[in-house]
Ligand binder design. Structure first.
Ligand code: FMN
Length: 174
């Protein structure tokens, strides 16, 4: 059973979170920077995938991340990932960008859904302070939003809870 962690980053925060998440999830592969990937074929060999994506293109309908993920979105939608679980965490700033908090999670979420993956790792919006986010589906974010700019003191607890949740939702982590 193989579980991969993939991230893309501009200022390093999404990579830092990948490095902190890795030891909380026994058996996950060493986090990989998406920018180092030649193509998407490694994703086909995994039982589950955990993705980290920041939001930089504020308010954009598409290519919201502003990182290497943007050029991969179309290709991800065309993969055949049925039977695999995918979970997404996002980095954003709920204070300065409060109307677009972690918008990029939803865009990536939709692409993996298009590929037939089973999406897991949804998180309640309780405990977050923000105006709006494209990543909200009902009362839940379709991934784990993290805010290292305004709420970094909450990150450890959020990561710990998410790791426990993922172990319940992803058989390959056990
Ligand atoms: C110009 C600019 C635009 C940003 N736009 C958003 C945004 O729309 N939504 C959001 O939640 N965060 C936004 N952020 C905050 C970043 O997503 C946040 O700093 C994140 O941690 C960066 O991750 P990285 O270091 O992995 O690139 C923006 C930051 C900057 C400087």
């Amino acid at each position: 059973m193989a579980v991969g962690i993939y991230f893309a980053t501009t200022t390093g925060k999404t990579e830092d979170i990948a490095d902190r998440l890795h030891p909380l999830l026994n058996g996950t592969n060493t986090p990989q920077d998406l920018a180092d990937l030649q193509d998407l074929s490694p994703l086909n060999d995994l039982d589950a995938i955990i993705c980290g994506i920041p939001t930089w293109n504020t308010g954009a309908d598409s290519e919201r991340s502003g990182t290497a993920w943007d050029s991969m979105l179309e290709g991800i939608s065309k993969l055949s990932l049925s039977g695999k679980q995918v979970a997404i965490y996002g980095l954003g700033d709920s204070s300065t960008y409060t109307e677009n908090f972690c918008d990029a999670i939803e865009e990536l979420h939709q692409c993996f859904k298009n590929a037939g993956a089973t999406m897991v790792g949804y998180v309640s919006k309780d405990g977050y302070t923000f105006e709006d986010s494209k990543s909200l589906i009902g009362d839940k974010f379709c991934g784990l939003p993290l805010d290292e700019d305004s709420e970094s003191d909450m990150t450890d607890d959020r990561l710990m809870s998410w790791a426990i949740q993922l172990k319940q939702e992803i058989p390959a982590l056990n």
